[in-house]
Design a binder for this molecule. Structure first.
Ligand SMILES: Cc1cc2nc3c(=O)[nH]c(=O)nc-3n(C[C@H](O)[C@H](O)[C@H](O)COP(=O)(O)OP(=O)(O)OC[C@H]3O[C@@H](n4cnc5c(N)ncnc54)[C@H](O)[C@@H]3O)c2cc1C
Length: 446
């Protein structure tokens, strides 16, 4: 008997879910994505290329109305999420990091090895000639800095769509509906029976997978009136602090080349070099300091109204916990040490710490540093844990107290991964779908 699965959202989690479910010929899979398609042979050059800042400027590929408060008391600013087939994998910086197995063990995930080996995303380091000025300075300044693997093949981005959906082109049991937003899940008692689209149309299903990402998955569950106060709560990101570098005259900068090809990971901190800030800001680069193991208070996603087109109210509660502030403060000292190294001194004229021309050297004692961090701290575009396992879904991704409804994206991490979130989300989706396949084969043989 054919089982119809509807998967909502074609991002890092949704592409894996749709592909793995389609591999079972007893399934019919409909993948519904709010944004535009991404087809082999017609990928915009900005998405294919090395400059992720340009990728995010592709029309229709981000949620331009979406904003978020990072630190309580500061104003909401644009928050980037990928939109369209491939989701955030079409606009991300391609850094391919797996994280710390210790964290996954703490969550009781004993099957990560199989999930990593199933993963279809290629990884490669950049050619030395591609590395930009800040990459080269970071690699020279710290023996702990290293070139990072990127989700690319022969210098071209490989999105989750390319890795998981393109090989299925022509599969008769998969249909893709781009440019189609889902409003809510439909239930009979507490069993999912389909979804209602934003245009009012209903799509019937035996099982529904929500994979709309850590910002939009909670909005769909909230509009579906699922009775669980945990939906949208627990939202996390990695707090970050920017150090804008203004280059000395004559520094040779590729203003549309690879943005980041290396990384420095020290304890709970990460320093990401950015070789340029896009064509509109020549002569500038960045060191972005990020706290990868925040221990603090978490934020929320709540509905701004019942209109499915309205973006939610997103509040991260970054740095509300003094311990997080303390670690980031140590990171400021680390960045200062790096910038004092000859490799940076050769290329950097000035370092700015805000948009008003304040220089790093003006930052004094710990009180001043804390005040600055609370004013300027941003996110790391790694929204997570807004429908966390244990609170909203069980360890198979099934929404607690309901039947036939699953979540498969970065919203279900029990807490934020201690690393950049694309590979962990892909691994998570491989894990969940392998469990569902076992469930399906049991129910069809039983
Ligand atoms: C600019 C940027 C840079 C990043 N850089 C890195 C990096 O270098 N390395 C790394 O590891 N991570 C990086 N990340 C994070 C990583 O890409 C994400 O954590 C990951 O892709 C999230 O996957 P997801 O499946 O949860 O959501 P997404 O990939 O965001 O997919 C969600 C999908 O659901 C769709 N959707 C939303 N609402 C609806 C609806 N109502 N109906 C239908 N569809 C809907 C969206 O359009 C989207 O396509 C970056 C993210 C961004 C934005």
């Amino acid at each position: 008997m054919t089982e119809h699965w509807v998967v909502v959202g074609a991002g890092s989690g949704g592409c894996v879910a749709a592909a793995r479910l389609t591999e079972d010929s007893s399934h019919k899979v409909t993948l519904i994505e709010a944004g535009p398609d991404l087809r082999e042979g017609s990928v915009p050059p900005a998405i294919d290329g090395s400059d992720f800042l340009a990728a995010a400027e592709e029309p229709g590929r981000t949620y331009v109305e979406l904003s978020a408060t990072r630190v309580a008391g500061t104003s909401a600013r644009t928050y980037q999420r990928g939109r369209g087939v491939g989701g955030s994998s079409t606009i991300n910086a391609m850094l391919a990091l797996r994280g710390d197995e210790l964290q996954y063990e703490q969550w009781g995930w004993t099957d990560t090895e199989a999930a990593w080996s199933a993963m279809q995303l290629p990884e490669e380091v950049a050619e030395p000639a591609e590395l930009g000025v800040v990459d080269r300075a970071l690699l020279a300044a710290s023996p702990a800095a290293e070139q990072v693997k990127l989700n690319r093949r022969n210098g071209k981005r490989v999105t989750s769509a390319e890795a998981y959906l393109w090989p299925l082109a022509g599969a008769r049991n998969l249909s893709l509906r781009p440019d189609t937003a889902v409003d809510r899940v439909l239930f009979e008692d507490r069993k999912a029976i389909g979804v209602q689209l934003a245009n009012g149309e209903s799509v019937a299903a035996d099982r529904v997978v929500i994979a709309a990402g850590a910002i939009h998955t909670p909005t769909i569950l909230l509009r579906s009136a699922i009775a669980n106060p945990g939906i949208g709560q627990g939202l996390q990101d990695h707090p970050s602090a920017p150090f804008t570098l203004s280059f000395r005259d004559g520094v040779d900068q590729l203003a549309d080349g690879l943005v980041a090809g290396s990384i420095l990971q020290l304890g709970d901190l990460q320093v990401l070099p950015m070789n340029h800030l896009g064509r509109a800001t020549p002569g500038m680069g960045l060191l972005l300091l990020a706290l990868m193991r925040p221990c603090g208070i978490t934020g929320s996603v709540t509905l701004a109204g019942s209109d499915p087109a309205a973006e939610p109210v997103v509040k991260f509660a970054l740095l509300r916990d003094g311990r997080d502030l303390g670690v980031l403060r140590k990171g400021v000292a680390l960045v200062r040490e790096l910038l004092n190294e000859a490799a940076f001194d050769e290329i950097v004229e000035d370092v700015y710490i805000d948009g008003w021309g304040t220089k790093l050297e003006e930052l004094g004692d710990d009180v001043q540093i804390d005040r600055w961090l609370l004013a300027v701290s941003g996110d790391y575009v790694h929204a997570s844990s807004s429908c966390a396992m244990g609170r909203v879904v069980d360890d198979r991704g099934v929404v607690l107290g309901y039947e036939g409804i699953y979540v498969c994206d970065a919203s279900v991490f029990p807490s934020i991964p201690w690393v950049n979130t694309h590979l962990p989300t892909t691994m998570l989706a491989e894990r969940l779908t392998s469990m569902w396949r076992v469930d399906s084969s049991r129910s069809s043989s039983g």
